[in-house]
Design a protein around this ligand. Sequence first.
Ligand code: PEP
Ligand code: MG
Length: 313
Amino acid sequence: ETRAALASWTGPGRTADGTPVKLLANVADGDSARSSADAPVEGVGLFRTELCFLNRKEEPSVEEQAGIYAEVLGAFGKDRYVVVRTLDAGSDKPVAFATHEGEENPALGVRGLRLSFGNPALLERQLDAIAAAAEQTGTEAWVMAPMVATVAEAADFSKGVRSRGLKPGVMVEVPSAALLAHRMLEVVDFLSIGTNDLTQYTMAADRMATDLAHLTDPWQPAVLQLIAITAEAGRRAGKPVGVCGEAAADPLLACALVGMGITSLSMAAAAVRPVGARLATVSMETCEDAAEAALAASDPRAAREAVLALLDS
Ligand code: PEP
Ligand code: MG
């Protein structure tokens, strides 16, 4: 039955009873954008801009950056949208012209939006380039910052994005941002939960450490709780809250996330069909039951089993 559903599913994302869930692609550059544009997605939920610059010693000019961003935006045309993430340099993604050297704890150091504290012009130039690319292509651009920890950071970032006529948002990757999601949403138009980092920082376990994989599991009850808090804040504010970490690509977890109130799921294009096909077989009420069961479980395995039992019944 699942195989038949997978074969016949063509999108767009929705539950069996018709609640829309935006399914979006994670992309890294023009090439991955062009290939992802063929998938049944409503746009891009995470354009990791730092991946365009991993081999660059010098910061590209605003014009060159605009050209690179326009390739991604242009691949999705005028009736889909692209969520551009500003540079998430540092820690596991070193970028020569931005990353701070010699930090003892790079994951807890000057990475992501924090780079702009000492170098605001770097972010200003990137926002100029994104605005130019949006203008040039006519594609709707939403812009979000990684590694946001305080409402003041979100407010500052939001001002810079809005002043360029773009739609501001922030990533929820730090537990402080999840706990204050309702206040973040007073200053931005959307939130996007990066479950890879949110899990790392909630569990205090390096996302790259394979021997800690039992901790860096988005089914951990504490992580699910923070996602639920964030989704509920979005529901109350009437603003979109997406998930763009690996968790979004897990068809079972995706159903529970939708039940919590998550409005979009962004993933590698290859994962879209399995997630979309599974969602299409489940009612919103079952998604809500799955969310409740996952949140009540005492560990990741119990959570997964409880959700599977509900979805297959
Ligand atoms: C995340 O942290 O979940 C995320 C989507 O960002 P990245 O994996 O690029 O850190
Ligand atoms: Mg991240």
